[in-house]
Design a binder for this molecule. Structure first.
Ligand code: 5AD
Length: 331
């Protein structure tokens, strides 16, 4: 698909055709199966200044927390008990967690559970040596969203950071043998349809194993508090387009979708997504992982909660999968 056509679909040229094509492809490659990823948000401390994010270091009103080794392992155990095939270890960019600490966690998970669980890291921009050591220790995947491929918008949204550095890291992750996930925020202030269309195209050129997109949700303790939310329909169009351009990739229906509208995550599954990522962060801190309003207000920090999410998936006609859910290889 060419840029112009992507842009026309983003602008609503033919939703019926777009959504049914997304659905058909998801159905063909994944059937009704929905892969689950249990996300352990183990620290909300972040040295970055991203304008859109409630965890940005300038937000002095947020109470900060860090989970220790045992607390992290308890959450991993919940993932395992819930028969979820992947654990995502996520935090702000928090240098407190050293190369050695993360390595120790990965090794402990491998020691306890062997290869019955996939380990995804989502720890922001870290050094080559760290990324290599964690891969060697047994991590399988890494998530690093670009947020947008527009250099000027990127610079504005992520002060002090350069798009090129981020793309370089994605390349490194690929070379190290990680399954790599990336993605964009739909409707970032300043994002035109042209920029979004280009983002979709660029994301699809990277050969990513996982591609996420979710609507922008303004957070009242950030400089973007006064802007409007990203558009739900455009977010759904983005998911369908990503599925069409990347039939084999894992595509989550993100929790930012759920912040916009209660059943929006199910709508995302219908038009092409095949992954849901419930937070399993302990109750006592989960509300503090407040990237955007509404984040972690539902979801799950007990076994019953996880079962509730599975029920939502089932009652929409999908099958919550217990598998590790690696990306599909082209045959
Ligand atoms: N609205 C929507 N998504 C956001 N993210 C961060 N802030 C926001 C926001 N205000 C997304 C980014 C980030 C991920 C953890 O959450 O894509 O990488």
């Amino acid at each position: 698909m060419k840029l112009r056509e992507i842009k026309e679909f983003i602008q609503g040229k033919d939703d019926e055709a777009l959504f049914s094509e997304g659905e058909k492809l998801r159905e063909k490659l994944f059937g009704k199966e929905v892969y689950l990823r249990g996300v352990v948000e183990f620290s909300n401390i972040c040295k970055e200044k991203c304008l859109y994010c409630g965890l940005r270091c300038q937000n002095s009103e947020l109470k900060r927390y860090r989970l220790n080794f045992d607390e992290i392992m308890e959450s991993v155990e919940l993932v395992k008990k819930s028969k979820i095939g992947t654990v995502v270890l996520q935090s702000g960019n928090d240098p407190h967690y050293t190369e050695e600490f993360i390595e120790k966690i990965i090794k402990k998970i491998r020691e306890k559970y062997g290869n019955t669980i996939a380990i995804t890291l989502s720890l922001g921009e870290r050094s080559y040596d760290e990324l290599k050591r964690w891969k060697d220790a047994g991590a399988n995947r890494y998530l690093l969203k670009v947020e947008t491929f527009d250099e000027e918008l990127y610079r504005k949204m992520r002060p002090g950071r350069e798009l090129k550095e981020r793309l370089k890291l994605i390349e490194i992750l690929m070379k190290l043998g990680y399954e790599v996930g990336s993605g964009v925020i739909v409707g970032l202030p300043g994002m035109t349809d042209e920029i979004l269309a280009n983002d979709i195209l660029e994301l699809s050129l990277l050969g990513l194993h996982m591609i996420a997109s979710g609507p922008f949700i303004p957070h009242n303790k950030t400089p973007l508090y006064d802007y409007s939310c990203g558009d739900l329909t455009k977010s759904l169009r983005t998911i369908a387009l990503l599925r069409i351009l990347n039939p084999y990739s894992n595509i989550p229906s993100t929790s930012a979708m759920a912040s916009l509208e209660k059943d929006a995550r199910v709508q995302g599954l219908i038009v092409g997504a095949n992954v849901i990522m419930p937070s399993v962060t302990p109750l006592k801190v989960r509300k503090l992982y407040n990237i955007y309003p509404g984040k972690n207000e539902s979801d799950s920090s007990t076994l019953e909660d996880v079962n509730k999410i599975k029920e939502i998936i089932s009652s929409a006609g999908f099958i919550p999968s217990e598998s590790i859910g690696n990306y599909k290889k082209k045959n």
